[in-house]
Design a binder for this molecule. Structure first.
Ligand code: FES
Length: 102
């Protein structure tokens, strides 16, 4: 089982709802929804578009290229044109520090 790694601080978000990070070689997004933190691989499974600037609605991120939606907790593809899930990562917050298992 992979270990948790300290990836960021809550202060790094400023006013933003997301942070671009790398988990090893994997581009990822750390996302803050109120006081919940989530981590997803930042690559759409439809055609490789980064999800970085995708709208976040009702617990899902929408790919800016063709509109696929992915559940932020499970990674499940919720609509076409994507059919495969994105990878999600377990997040732990301790004080101001954010740890991600990868
Ligand atoms: S690349 Fe994301 S929906 Fe097509």
């Amino acid at each position: 089982m992979p270990d948790f790694e300290e990836i960021a601080s809550i202060n790094d978000f400023g006013d933003a709802d997301r942070l671009d990070v790398f988990l090893g070689d994997t581009p990822a997004l750390l996302i803050r929804i109120q006081d919940q933190f989530l981590a997803i691989e930042d690559v759409c499974t439809h055609d490789g578009q980064p999800l970085t600037n995708g709208c976040i609605e009702e617990g899902a991120i929408i790919c800016p290229r063709h509109g696929a939606r992915f559940d932020l907790v499970t990674g499940k593809a919720l609509c076409m044109p994507a059919t495969k899930p994105i990878q999600t990562f377990e997040v732990e917050v301790k004080g101001q520090k954010i740890f991600v298992r990868h």
